[in-house]
Write a protein that binds this ligand. Structure first.
Ligand SMILES: [Fe+2]
Length: 468
């Protein structure tokens, strides 16, 4: 794709590096420690050639140049940042379903777009599933497979005749368990040879994970995710004819959960960290696969035990990385964190500023919330965290947030820029777009300006929307 014009150029297999036909919706950017980087270098495949690899190299170089351009960043911090960027890995997967069962292929790419590892696994007991995102820890790729079943009769009588979508043939089965699937990552410095594992957890469905990390040398996993308590792909929940105006009741409420998995006992404990209804998690990618202390979400403004609503707020959530762990795991985590801080040069996050911190009803001990309410008729998309160039503290940077303005005809969209450490102070700056911005889901950010002409940005407003 041409990133400036959004024109589709052609299909690429990145110089023959990818075999599958699909990629998962999400990826993780993992910053390796120096030891991991050395181990990976020794095992790396021969460099790929071709335009895809060259393009990725140019993009990586541009990103490095752009991110390092702040004049006031400390030279030491910048050097450290450059080293971190050279150790970054893009980790993702593809999954394929067929009569022979389901499989997942995991990929790890370096900054130049070179494939470093590819591993293929069968997804045991899975015929069809929606696996939207993954987690990466030191030793594992983690997939959460919710209790979803295909309705064969509906598939045969409706889908095949174009009367419903494939998603509408899927049904959530709350009496079943969620399966946490762990697949070993190749090339780890510990040299451990680990089998794949499948653990059972209380039922929930996960589109988006927050982060995962290990304690006690990989015997205990901490997995944070946004869990749906049910899923209805027919979306009957959002019936516009409903006269209810004080919030939704029931349906697919989405909440922040922490799962702690003990690989010795095979048990997974799931706890809810917040009463708020949240989605679209963002973290400081510099701590991906390591203990994190802060994450950002969009959230409803209702904060009620039963009722909930679409997101109209943005929240910063501090969590104690040891929350949910026993004393031994917590002690091991402290030393892991110290090691991680030395490797990544990152201090723990700053404690939240603002009036609404810590005391919100329904918040677990060890969790604090800082919030900004965006306003009536205002609905945000995914928040994006941008680290401050040269920063040495987790979560030191900005949060970008595109918002849909539903105030009426001609209501323009906005992009807010927050101090990511102090949301409740309100946006530092707001970009007023010359056009409407639909309710959006995901976003992406680059330090480069990508529109065709920076002096005269052009926008053509569509005269009408196609009726569905
Ligand atoms: Fe997604």
């Amino acid at each position: 794709m041409n990133p400036r014009t959004l024109e589709t150029v052609r299909e690429t297999r990145m110089g023959g590096q990818i075999r599958g036909n699909t990629f998962a919706a999400h990826y993780r950017i993992v910053t390796e420690g120096p030891a991991e980087a050395e181990a990976a270098k020794a095992q790396r495949r021969a460099p790929a050639s071709g335009p895809a690899a060259a393009g990725a190299t140019a993009a990586a170089a541009a990103a490095t140049a752009g991110a390092g351009s702040s004049a006031d960043a400390a030279a030491g911090g910048q050097q450290q940042q450059q080293q971190q960027q050279q150790r970054r890995r893009l980790v993702t997967f593809s999954n394929e379903f067929g009569f022979g069962g389901a499989r997942a292929v995991f990929y790890e790419f370096d900054e130049a777009g070179r494939l470093m590892h590819e591993t293929e696994h069968v997804l045991p007991g899975v015929d069809i599933a929606i696996i939207h995102d993954l987690l990466v820890t030191e030793h594992y790729y983690v997939l959460m497979v919710g209790p979803i079943k295909m309705q064969a009769a509906k598939f045969a009588t409706q889908y095949l005749f174009g009367r419903c979508s494939i998603a509408e043939c899927l049904v959530y089965e709350p009496a079943q368990r969620t399966r946490i699937m762990l697949f070993p990552r190749p090339g780890r410095p510990s040299g451990k040879v680990l089998p794949p594992r499948v653990l059972d957890a209380d039922p929930c469905f996960v589109f988006h994970n927050v982060n995962g990390y290990e304690a006690e040398g990989g015997e205990v996993l901490v997995l944070d995710a946004v869990a749906w308590d049910s899923v209805d792909f027919e979306m009957g929940l959002y019936d516009k004819r409903s006269s209810k105006t004080d919030g939704f009741e029931g349906g697919g409420r989405t909440q922040l959960v922490r799962m702690t998995a003990d690989l010795r006992s095979g048990r997974v404990a799931k706890r809810q960290l917040l009463r708020r209804t949240v989605e679209f998690p963002a973290i400081d990618a510099r701590v991906t696969s390591r203990p994190h202390g802060v994450a950002w979400f969009i959230a409803d403004a209702v904060d009620h035990a039963v009722l909930w609503a679409p997101a109209q707020s943005v929240v910063r959530v501090e969590t104690d990385p040891a929350l949910g762990l026993g004393p031994r795991a917590a002690a091991s985590l402290a030393s892991t964190q110290q090691q991680g801080q030395q490797q990544q040069g990152l201090e723990p996050p700053r404690k939240a500023a603002g009036g609404s911190t810590g005391a919100a009803a329904g918040t677990s001990a060890g969790v604090a919330v800082d919030e900004w309410f965006l306003g009536d008729r205002t609905f945000p998309g995914e928040p994006m965290f941008v680290p401050r160039p040269g920063s040495t503290r987790e979560g030191d940077g900005w949060l970008l947030l595109g918002v849909h303005n539903a105030a009426g005809e001609g209501a323009e969209g906005k992009v807010h820029i927050f101090d990511a450490e102090a949301l409740s102070r309100g946006p530092l700056a707001t970009l007023h777009l010359p056009h409407r911005l639909p309710v959006s889901l995901h976003g992406a950010w680059t330090p480069e300006y990508m529109a065709p002409d920076p002096d005269a940005p052009r926008w053509q407003e569509l005269g009408s929307a196609r009726p569905m």
